[in-house]
Design a protein around this ligand. Structure first.
Ligand code: NAD
Length: 362
């Protein structure tokens, strides 16, 4: 692999390869863009098929974080790290503390957090070696981001209803939830309180049945969730679920949910949704509540203030929907454009000199 070709393709700033033979650490820290601030993004631990796959994942995910932070109005750049290893077998204090020392070594240009395969405990080990870590437990920590992600998603569904149906009330609105995990649980609570009619599926039926018991939702087998006659399809499980075999089944007029990377092929399926008149709330915009929550740790964590910030997802999405309609582009293109414009505008501001020159006389 021509490493610099990959790094320059999407303008990444820095990629750090970290190795510690004794603890077995092999990690990659990717920093995409720090125009808006230090790069914040989680650390993923995964058994990659090859080192090249791990590098590509770090590059792709860190770039995604740049867009997510930019649209969310945060003064943060985009970064992400991956640790190559099996999260069920290869974890140790030494490995995460070695990793923490590398994070410290980047000098605050990258701030980490949990992600797939890492936990609060792992981040507490990282914290022993560096202050550049968020999502830790205890005093000043922001804890579980799921309730904030769910609240932002709820606000986002309301914004989509407002735009598509002319009214943001979700009373009697039929919403199909794919997945009954952490985010879905809190989201179902908000939706139920507002009187929405819920349908829920999970590959573990007992998880879905817990939501059924709490909200009166109707259980749907996982393979049937796309066919539900509903107003809103809300993915809260896996990525890639809007694809060639599912897109024609959808009966909804809105796709709005917390799952990451919902469109299997952004260009193709984003455009297809648009042509079908299905309003798509870009995933990284509607699920930014969790990022806002960890980011608020940097300024002294305040849950109430974070809650208010997360409500901004509503207005942000309306702006994106309007921009997409005006430009006649899919909504994900409109949100990418808004992110790029914000970064370009702030970059330009940095060209205005501030501070007095040191003048030596005599
Ligand atoms: P989770 O693991 O708690 O829940 C996911 C649920 O989906 C699990 O119950 C799982 O059994 C179920 N599932 C998996 N495949 C399924 C299928 N084919 N059909 C139906 N159900 C299936 O995860 P979570 O934290 O609730 O996150 C949900 C989604 O939201 C993920 O895509 C995640 O990346 C995204 N997200 C989460 C957060 C957060 O704060 N937790 C933030 C941003 C994005």
């Amino acid at each position: 692999m021509e490493i610099f070709d990959h790094i320059t393709e999407h303008d990444h700033e820095q990629v750090v390869l970290c190795s510690d033979k004794e603890s077995g650490l092999k990690a990659i820290i990717a920093i995409h863009d720090t125009t808006l601030g230090p790069a914040l993004g989680g650390t993923r631990m995964w058994t990659y098929a090859s080192n090249a796959d791990a590098v590509n994942d770090a590059l792709r995910l860190s770039r995604g974080m740049t867009y997510k932070a930019a649209v969310a109005g945060l003064n943060l750049g985009g970064g992400k790290a991956v640790i190559i290893g099996n999260p069920h077998e290869d974890k140790s204090e030494a490995l995460f503390r070695a990793y923490g020392r590398y994070v410290e070594g980047v000098g605050g240009r990258y701030i980490t957090a949990e992600d797939v395969g890492t936990s609060v405990r792992d981040m507490e080990w990282v914290r022993m070696e560096t202050e550049y870590v968020t999502g830790v437990g205890g005093k000043g920590g922001s804890g579980d981001p799921s309730p904030f992600t769910a609240y932002g998603t709820y606000c986002g569904i309301k914004a989509a209803a407002k735009y598509q149906r002319g009214n943001d009330s979700l009373k009697d609105v039929k919403i199909a939830l794919q997945g009954a995990g952490h985010v879905a649980w809190y989201l179902a609570e908000y939706l139920h309180k507002e009187g929405a009619k819920l349908y829920v599926s999970d590959i573990y039926e007992d998880k879905a049945q817990q939501i059924v018991a709490a909200t009166g939702a109707e259980f749907v087998a996982p393979e049937d969730i796309y066919d539900v006659d509903c107003d809103v399809f809300s993915p809260a499980a896996l990525g890639g679920i809007i694809n060639d075999s599912t897109i024609d089944k959808l009966k909804c007029s809105i796709v709005a949910g917390a799952a990451n990377n919902q469109l299997a092929d952004e260009a193709k399926h984003g455009e297809l949704l648009r042509k079908k008149g299905i309003l798509y709330a870009p995933d990284y915009v509607i699920n930014a509540g969790g990022l806002m929550n960890v980011a608020s740790e940097l300024d002294g964590y305040d849950a109430e203030q974070t809650h208010r910030k997360v409500e901004g997802v509503y207005e942000t999405l309306l702006t994106i929907f309007e921009r997409a309609a005006a430009d006649e582009v899919p909504t994900y293109v409109a949100s990418d454009t808004i992110a790029e414009e914000r970064i370009a505008n702030i970059k330009r501001l940095n060209s205005i000199h501030v501070g007095a020159p040191r003048i030596k006389r005599g």
